[in-house]
Write a protein of this length. Structure first.
Lengths: 275, 244
Protein backbone atom coordinates (compact mmCIF):
# COMPACT_ATOMS: atom_id res chain seq x y z
CA UNK A 1 0.00 0.00 0.00
CA UNK A 2 1.13 3.53 -0.71
CA UNK A 3 2.24 5.78 2.07
CA UNK A 4 -0.50 7.30 4.16
CA UNK A 5 -0.38 10.85 2.82
CA UNK A 6 -3.04 13.38 3.58
CA UNK A 7 -2.83 16.47 1.43
CA UNK A 8 -4.79 19.60 0.70
CA UNK A 9 -4.31 22.91 -1.05
CA UNK A 10 -5.94 26.24 -1.66
CA UNK A 11 -5.13 29.40 -3.55
CA UNK A 12 -6.82 32.76 -3.12
CA UNK A 13 -6.59 36.16 -4.80
CA UNK A 14 -6.46 37.82 -1.37
CA UNK A 15 -8.18 41.08 -0.48
CA UNK A 16 -6.22 43.64 -2.48
CA UNK A 17 -5.18 42.20 -5.82
CA UNK A 18 -7.53 41.88 -8.75
CA UNK A 19 -6.18 38.63 -10.13
CA UNK A 20 -4.51 35.55 -8.76
CA UNK A 21 -1.04 35.05 -10.20
CA UNK A 22 -0.29 32.01 -8.02
CA UNK A 23 -0.64 28.47 -9.35
CA UNK A 24 -0.33 25.08 -7.71
CA UNK A 25 -0.42 21.47 -8.83
CA UNK A 26 -0.63 18.22 -6.89
CA UNK A 27 0.42 14.87 -8.32
CA UNK A 28 -0.43 12.50 -5.45
CA UNK A 29 0.49 9.40 -7.46
CA UNK A 30 4.11 10.59 -7.25
CA UNK A 31 3.74 12.48 -3.97
CA UNK A 32 4.78 15.55 -5.97
CA UNK A 33 3.57 18.99 -4.96
CA UNK A 34 4.45 22.31 -6.55
CA UNK A 35 3.41 25.93 -6.38
CA UNK A 36 4.50 29.13 -8.06
CA UNK A 37 4.00 32.86 -7.63
CA UNK A 38 3.99 34.60 -10.99
CA UNK A 39 4.80 38.20 -11.74
CA UNK A 40 4.53 40.48 -14.72
CA UNK A 41 2.06 42.88 -16.25
CA UNK A 42 -1.38 42.07 -17.66
CA UNK A 43 -1.87 38.30 -17.57
CA UNK A 44 1.86 37.50 -17.67
CA UNK A 45 2.09 36.53 -14.00
CA UNK A 46 -0.67 33.96 -14.30
CA UNK A 47 0.85 32.56 -17.45
CA UNK A 48 4.30 32.34 -15.87
CA UNK A 49 3.21 30.52 -12.70
CA UNK A 50 0.99 28.09 -14.60
CA UNK A 51 3.75 27.36 -17.07
CA UNK A 52 6.19 26.74 -14.20
CA UNK A 53 4.09 24.18 -12.31
CA UNK A 54 2.84 22.45 -15.47
CA UNK A 55 6.37 22.04 -16.78
CA UNK A 56 7.52 20.54 -13.48
CA UNK A 57 4.72 17.98 -13.39
CA UNK A 58 5.08 17.08 -17.05
CA UNK A 59 8.81 16.43 -16.74
CA UNK A 60 8.47 14.31 -13.59
CA UNK A 61 5.57 12.32 -15.10
CA UNK A 62 7.55 11.66 -18.24
CA UNK A 63 10.52 10.50 -16.19
CA UNK A 64 8.28 8.11 -14.25
CA UNK A 65 7.45 6.37 -17.51
CA UNK A 66 10.94 6.68 -18.93
CA UNK A 67 13.61 6.77 -16.20
CA UNK A 68 16.37 7.26 -18.78
CA UNK A 69 14.94 10.66 -19.73
CA UNK A 70 17.97 13.01 -19.77
CA UNK A 71 18.33 15.56 -16.98
CA UNK A 72 18.29 19.24 -17.83
CA UNK A 73 21.46 20.72 -16.38
CA UNK A 74 24.27 19.15 -14.41
CA UNK A 75 23.70 16.26 -12.00
CA UNK A 76 24.00 17.29 -8.36
CA UNK A 77 26.16 15.02 -6.20
CA UNK A 78 25.00 13.74 -2.87
CA UNK A 79 21.27 13.75 -3.56
CA UNK A 80 18.81 11.09 -4.70
CA UNK A 81 17.76 10.55 -8.34
CA UNK A 82 14.36 12.04 -7.46
CA UNK A 83 16.03 15.22 -6.20
CA UNK A 84 18.03 15.46 -9.41
CA UNK A 85 14.87 14.93 -11.42
CA UNK A 86 13.11 17.70 -9.50
CA UNK A 87 16.01 20.11 -10.08
CA UNK A 88 15.91 19.20 -13.75
CA UNK A 89 12.18 19.94 -13.84
CA UNK A 90 12.68 23.35 -12.25
CA UNK A 91 15.42 24.19 -14.77
CA UNK A 92 13.03 23.28 -17.58
CA UNK A 93 10.35 25.44 -15.96
CA UNK A 94 12.81 28.33 -16.01
CA UNK A 95 13.51 27.76 -19.68
CA UNK A 96 9.78 27.64 -20.45
CA UNK A 97 9.02 30.87 -18.61
CA UNK A 98 12.08 32.52 -20.16
CA UNK A 99 10.96 31.56 -23.66
CA UNK A 100 7.45 32.83 -23.01
CA UNK A 101 8.89 36.07 -21.62
CA UNK A 102 11.04 36.54 -24.72
CA UNK A 103 8.02 36.05 -26.95
CA UNK A 104 6.18 38.57 -24.84
CA UNK A 105 8.65 41.32 -25.65
CA UNK A 106 10.68 43.65 -23.46
CA UNK A 107 7.81 45.72 -22.02
CA UNK A 108 5.95 42.68 -20.75
CA UNK A 109 8.56 40.69 -18.94
CA UNK A 110 7.42 37.87 -16.75
CA UNK A 111 8.87 35.78 -14.00
CA UNK A 112 7.90 33.34 -11.27
CA UNK A 113 9.03 31.80 -8.02
CA UNK A 114 8.66 28.10 -7.42
CA UNK A 115 8.83 25.57 -4.62
CA UNK A 116 8.35 21.87 -5.35
CA UNK A 117 8.47 18.85 -3.06
CA UNK A 118 8.53 15.17 -3.78
CA UNK A 119 8.33 12.55 -1.08
CA UNK A 120 9.66 9.04 -1.61
CA UNK A 121 9.56 6.85 1.47
CA UNK A 122 10.83 9.09 4.23
CA UNK A 123 12.97 11.27 2.00
CA UNK A 124 11.62 14.58 0.76
CA UNK A 125 13.31 16.31 -2.15
CA UNK A 126 12.83 20.07 -2.19
CA UNK A 127 13.68 22.41 -5.03
CA UNK A 128 13.05 26.13 -5.01
CA UNK A 129 13.80 29.44 -6.65
CA UNK A 130 12.62 32.79 -5.23
CA UNK A 131 10.73 33.49 -2.02
CA UNK A 132 8.06 30.79 -1.95
CA UNK A 133 8.81 28.59 1.02
CA UNK A 134 8.68 25.09 2.48
CA UNK A 135 8.14 24.44 6.17
CA UNK A 136 8.03 21.27 8.24
CA UNK A 137 6.14 20.88 11.49
CA UNK A 138 7.48 18.07 13.66
CA UNK A 139 5.81 17.89 17.04
CA UNK A 140 5.36 21.56 17.86
CA UNK A 141 8.59 22.62 16.16
CA UNK A 142 8.06 24.55 12.91
CA UNK A 143 11.08 24.85 10.70
CA UNK A 144 11.60 26.82 7.50
CA UNK A 145 13.36 24.43 5.13
CA UNK A 146 14.09 26.84 2.29
CA UNK A 147 15.92 30.13 2.30
CA UNK A 148 14.45 33.02 0.34
CA UNK A 149 16.30 34.26 -2.70
CA UNK A 150 15.39 37.80 -1.80
CA UNK A 151 17.28 41.01 -1.22
CA UNK A 152 16.34 41.25 2.47
CA UNK A 153 17.07 37.57 3.22
CA UNK A 154 20.52 37.99 1.71
CA UNK A 155 21.12 41.23 3.61
CA UNK A 156 20.03 39.52 6.85
CA UNK A 157 22.31 36.56 6.29
CA UNK A 158 25.23 38.91 5.93
CA UNK A 159 24.23 40.84 9.04
CA UNK A 160 23.34 44.08 7.25
CA UNK A 161 19.76 43.94 8.43
CA UNK A 162 17.98 42.67 11.51
CA UNK A 163 14.88 40.50 11.25
CA UNK A 164 12.83 43.46 12.40
CA UNK A 165 14.29 45.77 9.75
CA UNK A 166 13.75 43.12 7.09
CA UNK A 167 10.13 42.74 8.12
CA UNK A 168 9.43 46.43 7.56
CA UNK A 169 11.73 46.97 4.58
CA UNK A 170 10.40 48.42 1.37
CA UNK A 171 12.84 46.09 -0.38
CA UNK A 172 10.97 43.00 0.86
CA UNK A 173 9.63 42.19 -2.56
CA UNK A 174 12.94 42.36 -4.38
CA UNK A 175 14.04 38.92 -5.52
CA UNK A 176 17.58 38.08 -6.47
CA UNK A 177 16.59 34.83 -8.16
CA UNK A 178 13.47 33.94 -10.12
CA UNK A 179 12.36 31.79 -13.03
CA UNK A 180 12.20 33.43 -16.44
CA UNK A 181 14.79 36.18 -16.00
CA UNK A 182 17.84 34.44 -17.44
CA UNK A 183 18.13 31.49 -19.83
CA UNK A 184 19.52 29.43 -16.93
CA UNK A 185 18.85 29.53 -13.22
CA UNK A 186 20.54 28.16 -10.13
CA UNK A 187 18.10 25.85 -8.33
CA UNK A 188 18.46 25.20 -4.60
CA UNK A 189 17.93 21.53 -3.84
CA UNK A 190 17.69 20.10 -0.35
CA UNK A 191 16.66 16.80 1.14
CA UNK A 192 14.77 16.41 4.36
CA UNK A 193 13.31 13.61 6.35
CA UNK A 194 9.53 13.40 6.55
CA UNK A 195 8.33 11.05 9.23
CA UNK A 196 4.97 9.81 10.39
CA UNK A 197 3.14 12.73 11.98
CA UNK A 198 5.23 15.38 10.20
CA UNK A 199 3.37 18.10 8.31
CA UNK A 200 4.91 19.89 5.33
CA UNK A 201 3.69 23.28 4.16
CA UNK A 202 4.52 24.87 0.81
CA UNK A 203 3.36 28.46 0.47
CA UNK A 204 3.73 31.73 -1.38
CA UNK A 205 4.87 34.95 0.30
CA UNK A 206 1.25 36.10 0.49
CA UNK A 207 0.90 33.73 3.45
CA UNK A 208 4.20 34.36 5.23
CA UNK A 209 3.82 38.16 4.97
CA UNK A 210 0.59 37.98 6.92
CA UNK A 211 1.15 35.19 9.45
CA UNK A 212 3.83 34.55 12.04
CA UNK A 213 5.55 31.19 12.47
CA UNK A 214 3.59 30.69 15.68
CA UNK A 215 0.26 31.23 13.89
CA UNK A 216 1.25 28.84 11.11
CA UNK A 217 2.41 26.20 13.60
CA UNK A 218 -0.82 26.48 15.56
CA UNK A 219 -3.03 25.99 12.48
CA UNK A 220 -0.95 23.07 11.19
CA UNK A 221 -0.88 21.45 14.62
CA UNK A 222 -4.57 21.86 15.40
CA UNK A 223 -6.25 21.05 12.08
CA UNK A 224 -7.76 17.60 11.68
CA UNK A 225 -6.80 17.20 8.06
CA UNK A 226 -4.56 18.81 5.48
CA UNK A 227 -7.30 20.44 3.43
CA UNK A 228 -8.78 22.04 6.52
CA UNK A 229 -5.31 23.32 7.48
CA UNK A 230 -4.74 24.86 4.03
CA UNK A 231 -8.11 26.59 4.14
CA UNK A 232 -7.67 27.89 7.66
CA UNK A 233 -4.25 29.31 6.77
CA UNK A 234 -5.69 31.18 3.79
CA UNK A 235 -8.63 32.49 5.83
CA UNK A 236 -6.30 33.74 8.57
CA UNK A 237 -4.00 35.44 6.05
CA UNK A 238 -7.01 37.18 4.50
CA UNK A 239 -8.20 38.32 7.91
CA UNK A 240 -4.74 39.74 8.50
CA UNK A 241 -4.99 41.87 5.38
CA UNK A 242 -4.53 39.55 2.43
CA UNK A 243 -2.28 42.03 0.65
CA UNK A 244 -1.09 39.55 -1.94
CA UNK A 245 -2.27 36.34 -3.56
CA UNK A 246 -2.09 33.48 -1.06
CA UNK A 247 -1.43 29.82 -1.79
CA UNK A 248 -0.78 26.92 0.55
CA UNK A 249 -0.23 23.22 0.02
CA UNK A 250 -0.32 21.08 3.17
CA UNK A 251 0.97 17.50 3.18
CA UNK A 252 0.78 15.36 6.26
CA UNK A 253 2.17 11.93 6.80
CA UNK A 254 -0.47 10.18 8.83
CA UNK A 255 0.85 8.47 11.94
CA UNK A 256 0.69 4.73 11.64
CA UNK A 257 -2.19 3.24 13.52
CA UNK A 258 -1.74 -0.17 15.02
CA UNK A 259 -4.08 -3.06 15.70
CA UNK A 260 -7.67 -2.24 16.45
CA UNK A 261 -7.05 1.47 15.98
CA UNK A 262 -5.81 0.86 12.46
CA UNK A 263 -8.95 -1.11 11.64
CA UNK A 264 -11.17 1.63 13.05
CA UNK A 265 -9.15 4.23 11.19
CA UNK A 266 -9.44 2.34 7.91
CA UNK A 267 -13.15 1.83 8.42
CA UNK A 268 -13.58 5.54 9.10
CA UNK A 269 -11.70 6.46 5.96
CA UNK A 270 -13.63 3.89 3.93
CA UNK A 271 -16.92 5.34 5.12
CA UNK A 272 -15.70 8.87 4.41
CA UNK A 273 -14.55 7.93 0.91
CA UNK A 274 -17.73 6.04 0.14
CA UNK A 275 -20.08 8.89 1.01
CA UNK B 1 7.61 58.03 0.23
CA UNK B 2 11.24 59.18 0.22
CA UNK B 3 13.75 56.98 1.94
CA UNK B 4 17.17 57.29 3.50
CA UNK B 5 19.54 54.50 2.52
CA UNK B 6 22.48 54.19 4.89
CA UNK B 7 25.64 52.92 3.27
CA UNK B 8 29.14 52.17 4.45
CA UNK B 9 31.43 52.15 1.48
CA UNK B 10 29.42 50.18 -1.04
CA UNK B 11 27.29 48.18 1.32
CA UNK B 12 23.73 49.08 2.16
CA UNK B 13 23.36 48.86 5.91
CA UNK B 14 19.83 50.02 6.44
CA UNK B 15 17.04 52.02 4.92
CA UNK B 16 14.52 54.20 6.66
CA UNK B 17 11.46 55.79 5.07
CA UNK B 18 10.73 59.42 5.90
CA UNK B 19 7.01 59.91 6.40
CA UNK B 20 5.07 62.40 8.50
CA UNK B 21 7.42 61.81 11.38
CA UNK B 22 10.94 63.20 11.20
CA UNK B 23 13.91 60.85 11.21
CA UNK B 24 16.64 61.81 13.63
CA UNK B 25 20.14 60.60 12.90
CA UNK B 26 22.81 59.93 15.50
CA UNK B 27 24.73 57.56 17.70
CA UNK B 28 22.12 57.31 20.48
CA UNK B 29 19.90 54.26 20.19
CA UNK B 30 16.73 56.38 20.37
CA UNK B 31 17.39 57.96 16.98
CA UNK B 32 15.31 56.94 13.99
CA UNK B 33 18.49 56.16 12.09
CA UNK B 34 21.18 54.97 14.45
CA UNK B 35 24.79 55.08 13.25
CA UNK B 36 26.96 53.53 15.92
CA UNK B 37 30.28 55.21 15.22
CA UNK B 38 32.44 57.56 17.34
CA UNK B 39 32.58 60.08 14.47
CA UNK B 40 28.83 60.59 14.77
CA UNK B 41 27.29 62.85 17.43
CA UNK B 42 24.66 61.40 19.75
CA UNK B 43 22.04 63.57 18.05
CA UNK B 44 23.69 64.51 14.79
CA UNK B 45 21.02 65.67 12.37
CA UNK B 46 17.42 65.18 11.35
CA UNK B 47 15.50 64.74 8.10
CA UNK B 48 11.88 65.84 7.90
CA UNK B 49 9.11 66.77 5.51
CA UNK B 50 8.09 70.42 5.29
CA UNK B 51 5.42 71.54 2.86
CA UNK B 52 6.18 68.67 0.57
CA UNK B 53 9.91 69.25 0.65
CA UNK B 54 12.41 66.95 2.29
CA UNK B 55 14.67 68.93 4.64
CA UNK B 56 17.89 68.10 6.45
CA UNK B 57 19.09 69.96 9.52
CA UNK B 58 22.44 69.46 11.21
CA UNK B 59 22.18 69.82 15.01
CA UNK B 60 25.55 71.62 15.17
CA UNK B 61 27.39 68.32 15.15
CA UNK B 62 31.10 68.21 15.87
CA UNK B 63 32.15 66.55 12.62
CA UNK B 64 29.48 68.05 10.43
CA UNK B 65 27.06 66.87 7.79
CA UNK B 66 27.92 67.13 4.10
CA UNK B 67 25.46 67.07 1.22
CA UNK B 68 27.05 66.39 -2.14
CA UNK B 69 30.39 67.46 -0.66
CA UNK B 70 29.21 70.74 0.94
CA UNK B 71 29.00 71.17 4.70
CA UNK B 72 25.45 72.13 5.52
CA UNK B 73 23.32 73.45 8.37
CA UNK B 74 19.87 73.25 6.77
CA UNK B 75 19.14 72.21 3.19
CA UNK B 76 16.42 70.83 0.96
CA UNK B 77 17.13 67.26 -0.14
CA UNK B 78 16.22 65.75 -3.47
CA UNK B 79 16.33 62.13 -4.64
CA UNK B 80 19.86 61.09 -5.45
CA UNK B 81 21.51 63.45 -2.95
CA UNK B 82 24.40 61.96 -1.06
CA UNK B 83 24.69 62.88 2.62
CA UNK B 84 28.07 62.17 4.21
CA UNK B 85 28.28 61.75 7.99
CA UNK B 86 31.62 60.49 9.24
CA UNK B 87 32.53 57.59 7.01
CA UNK B 88 28.91 56.73 6.35
CA UNK B 89 26.85 57.88 3.42
CA UNK B 90 23.10 58.36 3.33
CA UNK B 91 21.55 58.29 -0.10
CA UNK B 92 18.25 60.07 -0.51
CA UNK B 93 16.04 57.78 -2.49
CA UNK B 94 12.59 57.85 -3.89
CA UNK B 95 11.30 54.55 -2.52
CA UNK B 96 10.30 53.64 -6.06
CA UNK B 97 13.87 53.65 -7.20
CA UNK B 98 15.15 51.01 -4.76
CA UNK B 99 18.57 52.57 -4.60
CA UNK B 100 19.35 51.93 -8.18
CA UNK B 101 18.47 48.25 -8.02
CA UNK B 102 15.64 46.98 -10.17
CA UNK B 103 15.51 50.26 -12.04
CA UNK B 104 17.39 49.03 -15.04
CA UNK B 105 15.77 49.28 -18.43
CA UNK B 106 13.21 46.59 -18.82
CA UNK B 107 13.25 45.83 -15.07
CA UNK B 108 10.18 44.27 -13.55
CA UNK B 109 9.22 47.48 -11.78
CA UNK B 110 5.72 48.48 -12.80
CA UNK B 111 5.02 52.14 -13.58
CA UNK B 112 3.24 52.72 -10.28
CA UNK B 113 4.47 50.12 -7.85
CA UNK B 114 2.13 48.91 -5.17
CA UNK B 115 3.22 47.70 -1.80
CA UNK B 116 3.95 43.98 -2.02
CA UNK B 117 4.51 44.09 -5.77
CA UNK B 118 7.33 41.68 -6.38
CA UNK B 119 10.21 42.86 -8.52
CA UNK B 120 13.28 41.03 -9.69
CA UNK B 121 16.81 42.17 -10.16
CA UNK B 122 18.16 41.48 -13.61
CA UNK B 123 21.43 39.67 -14.12
CA UNK B 124 23.69 42.68 -13.95
CA UNK B 125 21.96 44.23 -10.94
CA UNK B 126 22.02 40.92 -9.14
CA UNK B 127 25.70 40.41 -9.74
CA UNK B 128 26.48 43.89 -8.44
CA UNK B 129 24.33 43.35 -5.39
CA UNK B 130 25.84 39.97 -4.54
CA UNK B 131 29.33 41.39 -4.89
CA UNK B 132 28.41 44.20 -2.52
CA UNK B 133 27.04 41.99 0.22
CA UNK B 134 29.82 39.47 -0.18
CA UNK B 135 32.50 42.17 0.11
CA UNK B 136 31.34 43.20 3.57
CA UNK B 137 29.89 39.87 4.57
CA UNK B 138 33.20 38.00 4.74
CA UNK B 139 33.77 38.79 8.39
CA UNK B 140 30.25 37.97 9.56
CA UNK B 141 29.96 34.68 7.75
CA UNK B 142 32.03 31.71 8.78
CA UNK B 143 33.63 30.29 5.68
CA UNK B 144 32.51 26.73 5.11
CA UNK B 145 35.17 24.10 5.44
CA UNK B 146 34.98 23.19 1.77
CA UNK B 147 38.24 21.40 1.41
CA UNK B 148 37.80 19.46 4.61
CA UNK B 149 35.72 16.33 4.68
CA UNK B 150 32.90 16.29 7.21
CA UNK B 151 33.17 12.98 9.04
CA UNK B 152 31.30 11.07 11.72
CA UNK B 153 33.50 8.89 13.91
CA UNK B 154 31.76 6.19 15.93
CA UNK B 155 32.95 6.45 19.54
CA UNK B 156 30.47 4.01 21.10
CA UNK B 157 27.79 1.57 19.98
CA UNK B 158 27.05 -0.93 17.21
CA UNK B 159 27.08 0.43 13.66
CA UNK B 160 28.03 -0.99 10.26
CA UNK B 161 31.17 1.16 9.92
CA UNK B 162 33.56 2.89 12.29
CA UNK B 163 33.60 6.12 10.33
CA UNK B 164 31.40 7.88 7.78
CA UNK B 165 32.32 10.65 5.37
CA UNK B 166 29.27 12.82 4.86
CA UNK B 167 28.83 13.24 1.11
CA UNK B 168 25.07 13.50 0.95
CA UNK B 169 22.70 16.35 1.67
CA UNK B 170 20.68 14.03 3.89
CA UNK B 171 22.31 11.53 6.23
CA UNK B 172 20.08 9.30 8.31
CA UNK B 173 21.02 7.44 11.49
CA UNK B 174 18.86 4.37 12.06
CA UNK B 175 17.87 0.88 10.99
CA UNK B 176 15.96 2.06 7.88
CA UNK B 177 17.10 1.12 4.37
CA UNK B 178 17.82 4.78 3.68
CA UNK B 179 20.12 5.11 6.70
CA UNK B 180 23.81 5.77 6.09
CA UNK B 181 24.78 5.25 9.71
CA UNK B 182 23.17 1.83 10.11
CA UNK B 183 22.19 0.81 13.59
CA UNK B 184 22.13 -2.83 14.63
CA UNK B 185 20.01 -4.64 17.15
CA UNK B 186 16.39 -5.57 17.59
CA UNK B 187 15.26 -2.42 19.26
CA UNK B 188 17.18 0.09 17.20
CA UNK B 189 14.88 2.83 15.81
CA UNK B 190 14.26 2.94 12.05
CA UNK B 191 15.15 6.60 11.85
CA UNK B 192 16.85 7.86 14.98
CA UNK B 193 18.21 11.21 13.79
CA UNK B 194 18.94 13.17 10.64
CA UNK B 195 21.89 15.27 9.55
CA UNK B 196 21.29 17.67 6.65
CA UNK B 197 23.63 19.83 4.67
CA UNK B 198 21.89 23.13 4.10
CA UNK B 199 22.42 25.88 1.56
CA UNK B 200 25.02 27.51 3.80
CA UNK B 201 27.13 24.29 3.37
CA UNK B 202 26.97 23.63 7.11
CA UNK B 203 25.63 20.40 8.63
CA UNK B 204 22.60 20.40 10.92
CA UNK B 205 21.46 17.64 13.22
CA UNK B 206 17.79 17.19 14.01
CA UNK B 207 15.53 14.88 15.94
CA UNK B 208 13.61 12.06 14.28
CA UNK B 209 12.29 9.08 16.28
CA UNK B 210 14.76 9.99 19.00
CA UNK B 211 15.94 13.29 20.38
CA UNK B 212 19.72 13.32 20.02
CA UNK B 213 22.01 15.22 22.34
CA UNK B 214 24.96 17.30 21.15
CA UNK B 215 27.63 17.71 23.81
CA UNK B 216 25.02 16.58 26.33
CA UNK B 217 22.33 19.09 25.26
CA UNK B 218 19.10 17.64 23.81
CA UNK B 219 18.39 18.87 20.27
CA UNK B 220 14.82 19.56 19.29
CA UNK B 221 15.26 22.28 16.67
CA UNK B 222 17.91 21.39 14.06
CA UNK B 223 21.28 22.65 15.20
CA UNK B 224 24.46 23.43 13.32
CA UNK B 225 27.33 21.04 13.98
CA UNK B 226 30.88 22.21 14.69
CA UNK B 227 34.07 20.20 14.54
CA UNK B 228 34.50 18.19 17.74
CA UNK B 229 30.80 18.00 18.62
CA UNK B 230 29.78 14.74 20.25
CA UNK B 231 26.38 13.37 19.28
CA UNK B 232 24.57 10.77 21.37
CA UNK B 233 21.52 9.04 19.99
CA UNK B 234 19.89 5.59 20.28
CA UNK B 235 22.75 4.21 22.34
CA UNK B 236 25.55 5.28 20.04
CA UNK B 237 28.05 8.07 20.34
CA UNK B 238 29.36 9.90 17.26
CA UNK B 239 31.98 12.59 16.96
CA UNK B 240 31.56 15.11 14.14
CA UNK B 241 34.81 16.45 12.71
CA UNK B 242 36.05 18.20 9.59
CA UNK B 243 38.90 16.03 8.36
CA UNK B 244 41.77 17.50 6.36
Amino acid sequence: MAMEMDFGARSDTGCVRENNEDSFRLAPEMNLFALSDGMGGLASGEVASRLAVDTILAHCREAEKKPTLPLAGARIDGVSPESNRLASAVRLANAAVYRAAQQNGAEQRMGATVVAARIVDERMSLAHVGDSRAYRLRGSDLEQLTRDHSFVAEAMRHGHMTEQEAGSSALQSVLIRALGIDPEVEVDVTEELVMDGDTVLLCTDGLTRELSDAQIAAVLGESDDAQEAAERLIDLAKQAGGGDNITAIVVRRAPKLVGAFARIGRLGRWIKNSV
Amino acid sequence: MPKLVLKFENAILREVPVGEKEVSIGRSPDNGLVIDNPAISHYHARVFNEEGRLMLEDFGSLNGTFVNGQRVKMVTLKPGDSVAIGKHTIIVSDSRDLDGFATGNGGMRPAAPKINETVMLDTKERREFLQKVAAVGESSQVAPARLKVPTLIVRKGKTNQREYSLNDKLTVVGKSAMATVKLKGWFAPRVAAQITRRDDHAYYIGAADKVPTVNGVPIVHPTKLSSGDVIEVAGIELEFVYRD
